[in-house]
Design a binder for this molecule. Structure first.
Ligand code: C2E
Ligand code: CA
Ligand code: CA
Ligand code: CA
Length: 294
């Protein structure tokens, strides 16, 4: 009885969020809480699969409840609404500024990996001021080129070939690294991809999920050798990354078998609950310090 009540509740929430009035109410509340400084950033480590070295950190926005007990809405709900309302431009600027400040702090503590990554939405990417924001923010904290990685989704990257290529070159000149997020879920033209100054492909979690999905126990090793169908897409993207000479990040790695599969295929970096969940800054500092001590 408890679970059916729960399901009913979820359904009710989904229903409400679909109504235009409810959407506008969430946007109003988001704007109010953002202006009041109530959004937070959490951080998830990215790990080199060969050495175990922490190479990067992805920044993820959170909307905490006032009582600190949970979240008002997950990013999958409020980020699309922020994009729809245009609020994402201000939120995105805050994310860049805050992430760079956090990274500078990690450098002071001697705990900084090679880069910190932020997610970038289409309206930010299109803003003519965006590359200025990047160069000014890197300069303010005396961060080296490559310290900030911008994650843009495949659909943003493939929007208008000429404009995108120019924008990416401007962002690279400003000192940013470029990663293509959720890679494999869009419709990239490989030809177009080859012409973009990309540093990293992030393999969408759905492809990592397939690894080991159709095996269990000892069969996971067979899986790791790439002899079964699961992971075929991950394998293909990793091979593409190798041919293009760019890093590949496997997203949503939850098991040792998935990490081993990606590593065996020549994938360079893993990110996911198997290594660490996203966490607040203070917890990140402790986590990095503990790793350092090992
Ligand atoms: P994304 O960029 O693809 O981020 C990865 C998502 O996968 C995050 O969800 C992360 O918490 C989750 N994740 C990481 N490891 C695992 C794992 O092992 N298993 C599973 N099941 N999930 C894992 P999150 O934080 O809820 O963010 C969802 C999406 O919201 C992000 O997807 C991104 O598209 C968007 N987002 C989050 N923060 C920002 C932001 O500051 N700006 C923009 N524009 N978008 C953001
Ligand atoms: Ca991302
Ligand atoms: Ca992603
Ligand atoms: Ca995503």
């Amino acid at each position: 009885a408890k679970s059916s009540l729960h399901l009913h509740h979820e359904y009710f929430i989904a229903e409400m969020e679909d109504s235009p009035r409810r959407r506008l109410e969430i946007i109003r509340q988001l704007r109010e809480d953002f202006d009041a400084g109530k959004l937070a950033l959490w951080y998830q480590p990215q790990v080199a699969l060969d050495s175990g070295e922490i190479v990067g950190i992805e920044t993820l926005a959170r909307w905490p409840q006032a009582d600190g007990e949970g979240f008002v809405h997950p990013p999958s709900v409020f980020i699309p609404l922020a994009e729809y309302s245009g609020l994402i431009v201000d939120i995105g600027e805050w994310v860049v500024v805050e992430a760079c400040a956090a990274f500078a702090r990690l450098r002071e503590l001697g705990l900084a990996p090679r880069h910190i990554a932020v997610n970038v939405s289409m309206p930010q990417f299109r803003s003519p001021h965006f590359s200025t924001l990047i160069s000014e923010t890197l300069a303010r904290h005396a961060l080296p080129a490559g310290a900030l990685e911008l994650e843009i989704t495949e659909s943003v990257a493939m929007d208008e070939p000429k404009i995108v290529a120019n924008t990416l070159r401007a962002l690279k000149r400003a000192g940013a690294r470029i990663a293509i997020d959720d890679f494999g879920t869009g419709y990239s033209s490989l030809n177009h991809l080859r012409e973009l100054p990309i540093d990293c492909l992030k393999i969408d979690r759905s492809f990592i999920d397939e690894i080991g999905a159709d095996t269990s126990g000892g069969e996971a090793m067979q899986e790791a050798k790439g002899t079964t169908r699961g992971g075929m897409f991950a394998e293909t993207i990793i091979a593409l990354g190798r041919k293009l000479g760019i890093a590949t990040v496997a997203e949503g790695v939850e098991t040792a078998a998935q990490a081993e599969f990606v590593r065996a295929q020549g994938g360079t970096i893993g990110q996911g609950y198997f290594f660490a969940r996203p966490m607040p800054f203070a917890a990140l500092v402790d986590w990095l310090a503990a790793r350092r001590a090992d």
